[in-house]
Design a binder for this molecule. Structure first.
Ligand code: CDP
Length: 210
């Protein structure tokens, strides 16, 4: 069973994907961390906006970087959506993601293009959204334990810039697959969002098994 979960930054994808994977006892891959790892390596090599450097970083991807705490740093976050716009970077990461998805037992992958490009054959596809304000207050709470602090404006501006870049790029833009179930998590807490996601997946799997 392959479950694809896509959506913009801070919509709750990774938290829900982790819980869904636990629920079904299958593996989980946060594909954003791959782009973050490429960005981290590209920054170490020089300029992440330089496509030669970014592509080299993608080909040399070191999976141990996926656990690196620097992946969530501001400069790496911003650079991740720059390297993600380069088609050869996306191509270099495709095989790993598809192999992960097709492992025996199945997997949950979350990202921007799982339902559209990486796993168009997924058994269930979710597209999680929320207003930019709800997403920014969630993310700033994660970062500093409070939603209204100074960091909020900064997070909101960063998310809007990344959403815009992720949506307009030519290569695998952020868009819901035609057969994705869209869930707006703006007014849902983590438990309610998980319940909505689980119900949507159960419904989709029941239909495909019929
Ligand atoms: O955690 P957050 O939602 O803020 O971001 P992320 O999922 O870690 O993704 C970081 C960046 O990687 C995004 O802004 C996208 O530019 C890129 N990305 C992508 O292009 N395709 C994916 N499947 C996953 C992430």
């Amino acid at each position: 069973m392959i479950i694809a979960i896509d959506g913009p930054a801070g919509a709750g994808k990774s938290t829900i994907a982790r819980r869904i994977a636990q629920h079904f006892g299958i593996a989980h891959l946060d594909t954003g961390s791959l782009y973050r790892a490429v960005a981290l390596r590209a920054l170490a090599l020089g300029d992440a906006a330089d496509s030669t450097i970014a592509v080299r970083a993608a080909h040399e991807l070191d999976l141990s970087l996926l656990e690196d705490p620097r992946l969530r740093d501001d400069d790496v976050t911003a650079a991740s959506s720059l390297v993600a716009a380069i088609p050869a970077v996306r191509q270099a990461l495709l095989g790993f993601q598809r192999d992960f998805a097709h492992r025996p037992g199945g997997a949950v992958l979350d990202g921007r293009d799982i339902g559209t490009v990486v796993c168009p054959d997924a058994d269930a596809k979710l597209f999680l959204t929320a207003t930019p304000e709800a997403r920014a207050s969630r993310r700033s709470r994660e970062l500093q334990g409070d939603a209204g602090g100074a960091i909020y404006q900064h997070v909101l501006a960063d998310m809007k810039a990344r959403d815009a870049r992720d949506s307009v790029r030519q290569a695998a833009p952020l868009v819901a697959a035609a057969d994705a179930i869209v869930i707006d998590t703006s007014t849902l807490d983590a438990d309610a969002a998980f319940a909505a996601a689980l119900a949507a997946i159960a419904g989709r799997i029941a239909v495909t098994k019929r």
